[in-house]
Design a protein around this ligand. Structure first.
Ligand code: IMP
Length: 439
């Protein structure tokens, strides 16, 4: 069986959590392969509404193995709180495994995250402030602490001392902030390590053995492709290494790229972004406000960040970017989310190209953040007023909504196999069974 990757095709917050929660039923193993506590996945199912940051959204199926892979950076305190929250609410977390190769977010990472943002001044990125970026910097700088180091009672004090000496010099001399105390970090993190240890294992072997047994593996992406370090709207991107795009999944989990045969691209039916950086179709009028408050969708589905609570910037669907990220990820199947939120707009727009210096362009310029003269070229379509939240067959959607979905499909260049029309697990139109084995 092939591994399936689920990625975000925009700037994150596309609804990957709900798509993973929906498809996880067909898989034996569900794994996160990248990013850290910065990620926020909202899942609503028969157990209630959950905000997940590190635990894979497959956790709600007690019979599946859920795994946090090598490519993730873990804040042990936040992860343990997330596990405790799930257990308290009746979710079985005994099937959760954590990679010994994953890196750990340490107290200095949050200090540096906020100090860096301050130093950037008007160029601030608008990070989540979770220390995720600096933890990835340390991984690449080879000064990171891995889960294997953290849970090794004999070696951890020595590793902590080495790294903290280095980091305290940076914090004091470069950032002019107070140094951190070795003893209190050692005590706190040793206690966290004791609680984390039962979950830790060599997840690379677990995934590889599952693949050899022919089991269906679902690799859960975090953030969106436009936040990718190599291909996104740099420098207003996230720091995950491996990348959040589908190609990073193989690296982040420990499988060869040939194991991945299908890539589900999750796209929201309009555009949102949190943090700074270019967003060509951003709206500043009453339509932005309407989208932010959930549009015509179900109450309680408004556009505020799962991790930070920040209001998301909202705009019309950007077909140029959607085509770009679809090709970037090799998307084979699209899940279009939040179509219900577009109910009640007299007309809806899709960006199909940009005008740049008097020329029509259909590619994302590398200098998109500086291109204040980049003007979206829209196709305007009639909207619809019908409530679509109980529609389960695409042919029962209003004619205008079908036209809208089909135009997006053309621009993405891959079939739309699932359309979500509400936040609940089964509020979805499935037009093709992507786990049917015949793709
Ligand atoms: P960082 O990942 O916290 O360093 O933040 C870098 C950028 O990525 C900021 O613009 C964040 O708002 C954005 N970002 C990080 N994680 C997410 C996410 O899960 N959803 C949406 N945006 C995110």
């Amino acid at each position: 069986m092939p591994a399936v990757v689920i990625i975000g095709g925009q700037w994150g917050d596309e609804g990957k959590g709900r798509v993973v929660d929906f498809h996880a039923r067909y898989c034996s193993l569900i794994a996160r392969y990248s990013a850290g506590t910065n990620a926020g996945h909202t899942v609503i199912n028969d157990l209630g509404k959950f905000a997940l940051h590190l635990v894979p959204a497959g956790i709600f199926y007690g019979d599946k193995t859920c795994l946090i892979g090598n490519g993730v950076v873990i804040d042990p305190d936040k992860l343990l709180k997330e596990i405790a929250m799930l257990s308290e609410r009746g979710v079985d977390t005994s099937n959760l495994l954590i990679s010994d190769r994953a890196h750990v977010i340490m107290p200095w990472h949050q200090v540096i995250d906020s100090a860096d943002e301050e130093l950037r001044g008007s160029q601030a990125i608008g990070t989540t402030g979770t220390g995720t970026g600096p933890a990835f910097h340390d991984k690449v700088s080879r000064i990171g602490i891995r889960v294997a180091d953290l849970i090794n009672k004999d070696k951890f004090p020595e590793r902590l001392e080495e790294v903290l000496n280095y980091k305290n010099k940076v914090i004091e001399k470069l950032y002019d902030r107070e140094s951190l105390n070795f003893t209190s970090i050692l005590e706190q993190y040793s206690a966290l390590a004791d609680r984390l240890r039962p979950y830790v294992t060599d997840t690379t072997s677990v995934v590889q053995e599952s693949h050899e047994r022919g089991e269906m593996i679902l690799l859960e992406g975090a953030q969106g492709s436009l936040l990718d370090l190599d291909s996104g709207t740099y420098p207003y991107v996230t720091s995950s290494v491996p990348a959040s795009v589908a190609a990073g999944a193989a690296i982040g989990i420990g499988l060869g790229p040939t194991a991945i045969e299908r890539v589900v691209g999750v796209y929201k039916a309009y555009q949102t972004r949190v943090g700074y950086g270019a967003m060509p179709t951003e709206l500043f009028d009453e339509n932005a406000e309407k989208l932010r408050e959930g549009g015509g969708g179900v109450a309680g589905t408004s556009e505020y960040g799962t991790t930070t609570g920040r209001a998301r910037r909202c705009g019309w669907f950007d077909g140029v970017l959607a085509g770009y990220t679809s090709r970037l990820n090799g998307v084979t199947s699209v899940a279009l989310t939040r179509l219900d939120s577009l109910t009640g707009f007299s007309s809806v727009k899709i960006c199909v190209a940009y005008e740049l210096n008097g020329k029509r362009v259909t590619a994302l310029p590398a200098e998109v953040n500086e291109a204040s003269n980049l003007v979206p070229i829209y196709e305007e379509m009639p909207g619809w007023s019908e409530d679509v939240s109980s529609v389960r067959n695409i042919n029962d959607l209003p004619r205008e909504a079908i036209q809208y979905v089909r135009r997006i499909e053309q621009l993405v260049g891959a079939p739309i196999d699932m359309i979500s029309v509400g936040p609940e697990r089964d509020q979805a139109i499935v037009t093709r069974d992507i786990f049917g084995g015949n793709l």
